[in-house]
Every structure is written in C-alpha cells, then in structure tokens.
Write a protein of this length. Structure first.
Length: 264
C-alpha cells in the first residue's frame, strides 16, 4: 500500500489570506508518514511549492502558488484548490504497482488501512455522511460536492483505475474543479450505501464511509473508530485533536444532535 499526500506550504491560509493558528501541514503529514511506516506502507510526500519536505511536484498556476487556490471560480465563492490532484495520482500509480491511497495534506492517517486492500473495486471513494447532505451549504454547492469528498481516495493497480484517473484529469481541466469532476464520474443517481460497489462506465467504484476514512464531523458526531481525520478548512481549528478538544466534542455532540432533532 502506498500513502500519497502533499501540500504547497506549511502554514495554511483561509480565503482572506489569514493563517490558521496552530495548524501545520508539515506536522499533519509527518504524523501520517510515521503511522504509514509503522504499518509497513510506503509513504510518498509531494511538495507543491514551499512545503519544505518531500519530492517536488510543480504547479505552475501563479494564483495557486501565492494563495493556495486557483483564480477561476466554478461557483461564486467556491475556490478550487486541487486541480493538480489527478496528475499527482497518475504519477504515483505509474511508479507503484500497488494500492495507492491519496490523502489531502490536511488529512491525518491515524491507524492501519489493511481492510480496504480488497480486489472487489478499482476506485474507492469516501462518502459524505448522509446528514451532511441536508445542510444549507451542501445544498447550495450540490453540483460540485454531491456525495463524495475528494480528500481521501483509493486507487487499485488496475487498467480500469488508470482509465478512470485519465478521464478524471480531462474532466478536471474542463470543469475547473477536481471534486466536481470526481463526483460526476463516480456518483450514481442516488446516494449509495456505504461499502457498496457500483459499476460505472466499466469502473468498479466502492463507497467507503467518510465517518471512518475521511472524518471531519468534529462538532456533529464522535470520532471513535475514525482512521483518517480530515482537518479541512471549516474544521481546521480542531487540530491538534488532543484531549481538550476531544472532551469539548464529547460534550458538544449530544447538544448538536438534540438541536438537530428539535429543528425537525
């Protein structure tokens, strides 16, 4: 198994250019590498600009280099930040005849992933929790974000997976957004069941539960059992997820659930 991750700088910035306090891509990635190596996996880190660790991977877009996102907006207010992703995955797949696990630089590996190494799929994607689809933000951006979060993706060493990534690359360039392109290629008409496999255009796509393999629901549910914690922009302040923040979430989750029930 090959764990692939990347970032273009150590300090993350929000869309206004302000740095997130206490967050470090290098620390997240270093933790991921350490866990991967303990599990006997290959860890592959790419430096997209000024990360200061890993193998250089050139991203020539000037706006991305300066701000961490691309200038083109697919939908007003939604910034594309990972148009490089299909190309980076293709590079890793060409280098390794093995299962490639792509993690965003802010997605932290916490435990082994041996159970995902099965031969019943070509591409594995992580499902958004069904409750997330009810949020106003998700409804507004449904065309882009749909059912799958692109921060954690699994690619088996099959011809079908290679063909999928090639189509993903072309569609990403066409649409100007990797997540939108991924969802168009891997989502059936209806929300798929976790662990199910759908054959789409000859590719076996397996849907892994995000609450285990791409967890970013810190205020909404308990993180017990999560193997990848994803500190993406809206929840980046939960890093590092130490005892104090775990206690906060343990107290906050029941209140959040109660309020959600009262709104129904």
């Amino acid at each position: 198994m090959v764990i692939v991750t990347c970032a273009n700088a150590d300090r993350a910035k929000d869309d206004s250019g302000e740095e997130y306090e206490n967050f470090s891509f290098r620390k997240v990635i270093s933790h991921t590498v350490a866990v991967a190596q303990r599990q006997g996996y290959t860890a592959e880190v790419y430096d997209l600009g000024e990360l200061g660790m890993g193998e250089p991977f050139s991203v020539t877009d000037e706006t991305f280099a300066a701000k961490g996102y691309y200038g083109k907006e697919v939908v007003g207010g939604y910034k594309s930040k990972s148009l490089f992703k299909p190309g980076l995955v293709r590079l890793s797949m060409a280098k390794h005849d093995d299962l490639v696990v792509y993690l965003d630089g802010d997605a932290q590996l916490r435990a082994g992933l041996d159970e995902i190494d099965t031969d019943d799929y070509d591409v594995g994607v992580t499902l958004r929790d069904a409750g997330e689809l009810e949020s106003e933000w998700h409804k507004k951006h449904m065309e882009i974000v749909r059912f799958v979060n692109a921060g954690v993706i699994f690619f088996r060493p099959t011809r079908q997976a290679e063909d999928f990534v090639a189509r993903w690359s072309c569609l990403t360039d066409e649409l100007g957004n990797d997540q939108m392109a991924l969802n168009r290629l891997c989502c059936p008409d209806r929300y798929p069941a976790p662990w199910s496999v759908h054959v789409l255009d000859g590719v076996r796509v397996k849907y892994f539960p995000g609450r285990i393999y791409n967890f970013y629901y810190f205020p909404e549910m308990f993180s017990g059992g999560a193997k990848v914690l994803h500190f993406k922009g809206s929840v980046r302040h939960f890093y590092p997820f130490g005892p104090g923040k775990k206690l906060f979430c343990l107290c906050r989750v029941p209140v959040t659930k109660l309020l959600a029930m009262l709104k129904k």
